[in-house]
Design a binder for this molecule. Structure first.
Ligand code: UD1
Ligand code: MG
Length: 453
């Protein structure tokens, strides 16, 4: 099949307002990726090399966003929303280039399964002119019904045009369609708008093709393929289904999720075998985890690279650019941003490390802060191999601590410290015997005098 050329047309011109948002509907995200990008990925996974995106008039934001995740996509504008067939024809110039297969998908159905697309393409390869990907549901209301005669698909009837008898049909149009490129324009150009909505229905090409004696086929896929998102409750439902799939995939690939329903992945999370993820962990975009890591409960991780056998959390926050090398440890209430934590280094408690390198085996004491920002610019802190940073120290960047450097607790370090040096950056302690008691007596007498007077 790979030799067959394929164009995917993604319809995204019908903008509902039910998302109550300034963001176009199909740019709302599932697992951190715009839903239309999920559709693009599915098309690509099904071997569709070329993409046409049909957008509404004035949808410049969409066009720009689309180019980011599908640089090869060509955008077409449907000036007026006259129906799904009309929308497909907005991409006439692309269809005219001549493809073996044309796939039509909706931009607001992010859970499309590439296998359903591939199966539809297979039917085209076997000679079908039109393939409709259907699904069965006990609640078909709102969907086009697949009308079959003698086991053959002969028409799709939209809900509003259905007879009472037809309304009882539970085999529905999921919205995915595959059309043989050589018939596509001929079929689409015959679609009229005599129906309850007065729209040019893409679904009418089924009846037109069947009447011409062309082979029309219905395949069956799961309901998720048809799950169109129209409001934020449906968005959350799609997110939920996506997360469930991804968790299962992670577990089957050797990742332990102790409470899977509390772990959230992004579309691009990479996580290696024998990693253990405790409950309530969030993976934002751009996370790569090698094997054997432990991610403890309540950690929030995005844009981070975590090498083998690292230990993260509980309650750790790894921000973009956090780069943990083998066996590094970032413990509770620590935040790491744009920093390399080299092999075996430990950042265990209540610490902020930003714009820094921590050398292998270094130990960062509780409450250490890299002061990386002066309100205008960011500066770098370099900590050498095996250094020891005493608790509650502030390292005011730009600054470097040499290999094996030793920083006394509670220091404010503003000047670089050479290898193996000991640096104090705090006031020297004075201890005055008996002075504590004397002070207490003085204060208590003063308080008593104030009460009397
Ligand atoms: C459509 C199908 C229906 C199917 C259902 C599955 C038709 C006529 N009906 O109905 O059989 O069961 O999807 O969800 O195809 N769009 C445009 N321009 C237009 C009209 C629509 O770009 O002029 C886009 C919309 O943005 C949307 C998609 O096409 O992404 C489907 O349109 P929608 O109005 O949701 O069709 P349904 O009534 O749901
Ligand atoms: Mg719809």
């Amino acid at each position: 099949m790979s030799q067959r050329t394929c164009l995917s047309i993604i319809l995204a011109a019908g903008e509902g307002t039910r998302m109550k948002s300034v963001v176009p509907k199909v740019l709302h995200t599932i697992a951190g990726l715009p839903m239309v990008a999920h559709v693009v990925k599915a098309a690509e996974a099904a071997g569709s090399g070329e993409l046409a995106l049909v957008i509404g008039h004035g949808a410049d934001e969409m066009r720009k966003a689309a180019l980011k995740f599908a640089p090869k996509a060509e955008a077409f504008v449907q000036e007026k929303r006259l129906g799904t067939a009309h929308a497909v024809l907005a991409a006439r110039a692309a269809i005219s280039k001549g493809y073996d297969d044309i796939l039509v998908m909706f931009g607001d159905t992010p859970l499309i399964d590439p296998e359903a697309l591939a199966a539809a393409r297979l039917k085209l390869a076997e000679g079908a002119a039109v393939v409709v990907v259907g699904f069965r549901t006990e609640n078909p209301s709102g969907y086009g019904r697949l009308i079959e005669k003698a086991g053959k698909l002969v028409a799709i009837r939209e809900e509003k045009d259905c007879s009472d008898e037809e309304k009882k049909i539970t085999f529905c149009n999921g919205g995915l369609m595959a059309v043989a490129g050589r018939h596509a324009l001929n079929l689409l150009d015959q679609v009229g708008s005599k129906n309850a909505k007065g729209e040019y229905y893409l679904t009418d090409i089924v009846e037109i093709a069947a009447a011409q004696g062309l082979d029309v086929v219905a395949t069956e896929a799961s309901f998720e393929n048809a799950l169109g998102i129209n409001n934020r409750a449906e968005l959350a439902q799609a997110e939920d289904i996506w997360q469930q799939r991804r968790r299962r995939e992670a577990m089957l690939s050797g990742v332990t999720l102790i409470a899977p329903e509390t772990v959230f992945f992004s579309h691009d999370t990479e996580i290696g075998a024998d990693t253990i993820v405790e409950p309530n962990v969030w993976f934002g975009p751009g996370v790569k985890i090698a094997t054997g890591a432990k991610i403890h409960a309540f950690s929030h991780i995005e844009g981070a690279t975590i090498a083998s056998n690292c230990d993260v959390g509980p309650f750790a926050r790894l921000r973009p650019g956090a780069d943990l090398r083998n066996k590094a440890k970032v413990g509770n209430f620590c935040e790491v941003k744009q920093a390399i934590v080299e092999e075996g280094a430990k950042v265990n408690h209540l610490t902020y490390i930003g714009d820094a390198r921590i050398g292998a085996g270094a130990n960062i004491g509780a409450g250490t802060i890299t002061c990386n920002y002066d309100g205008y610019s960011k500066f770098f802190t370099d900590i050498g191999e095996g250094a020891f940073i005493g608790s509650n120290s502030s390292l005011v960047a730009p600054v470097s601590i040499g290999k094996g450097g030793y920083i006394a607790s509670g220091s404010v370090i503003t000047e670089s410290v050479p290898d193996d040096a000991l640096a104090f950056g705090r006031a020297r302690q004075r201890t005055l015997p008996g002075k504590g008691k004397e002070l207490r007596e003085r204060f208590s007498q003063a308080a008593a005098a104030r009460k009397k007077g």
